[in-house]
Write a protein that binds this ligand. Sequence first.
Ligand code: TXA
Ligand code: MG
Length: 347
Amino acid sequence: MDTKRWNLVNGNNKEEMIKEAAKLLKAGSTVAFPTETVYGLGADATNEKAVANIFQAKGRPQDNPLIAHVATKEQLLLLVKDVPDYVNRLIDNFSPGPITYVLPSNGTCADNVTAGLETVGVRIPSHPVAIALLKECNIPIAAPSANISGKPSPTAADHVWEDLYGKIAGVVDGGPTGVGVESTVIDCTQDIPIILRPGGISKEELEEVVDKVLVDPAMLNKEEGHVPKAPGMKYQHYAPEVPLWLIEGGSDRVQQVYDELIAEGKRVGILASSVTLKSLHVDQKISLGETLEDVAANLYDGLRKFRQEDVDIILCDTYPEYGIGQAIMNRLRKAASRYISSEEAGK
Ligand code: TXA
Ligand code: MG
């Protein structure tokens, strides 16, 4: 398949490009587009065959449901039933934005969108290109992150191109995404909302709007025997090309592990905040920026940049788990093949 690429960053007939991409989506093709979190791979959520092409292109496990994207609250409510009152408050405060509500499906979305579950994840993205495309289509668009399953999510059209060229009908290039980590997924089928995946909206922000927010125990990664309620959370994810070691305890610890590996003849790359990098003496490094927001925005690009030709191991430092730091650490734990705690590194 020849994959089209519409450049909305420099192009001067943006409306025409959006129309062309929307036409393909309405005809049942798969088209990738930017959202404020990551690029999504879209298809008509009411068309089972179109949705099947998403699973095919990504190599995605069939039991992992997709998020349906819409432009407005009214359209969102057309896909679900039994909406608790607190969902209205959440929508009014955080949508459009990086948040997904899991609600009972009313059957409008195709069965493979929900992977056979009774619920459906619904979200209103805030990226202007996503909104323009959804308005032009006027249908719900099912869209997982537009990467090959298991790889880091795409935060630029080039990432989508690298993974899915030849497998999808097109990519709308809207430049780099903003938030950089995916939406917060919240189970809204109970009296109290439960975070199934941390993301662009933090627990603290949610708690300003609803009294209580729970966290799916499986997400904390610590307790054995808990099956995640978001099926996607149980799979290996965000894996870079070379093994990533996550190192607790600050720049001294990172330097220590680095020195040991170099002494063993290993080629080591460092992925760290600019603050950590300042106090390190290392050769191959990528800065994730200064603030937690910078780190979220640069994380997936950083994970994709280190190549097997250049390094054997990537070392990455840890981040405080508040605000968007919760999503960053959730993704890093999944990406890492080894976690070195402060005590272990100190030996
Ligand atoms: O920011 C985002 O959410 C991006 C952009 C493109 O919108 N999308 C995204 O989709 O990250 P995906 O498919 O990569 O991740 C969706 C997550 C998966 O962990 C999936 O299992 C969970 O949401 N999910 C979707 N529908 C669900 C449902 N009905 N019940 C429980 N979990 C659900
Ligand atoms: Mg994904």
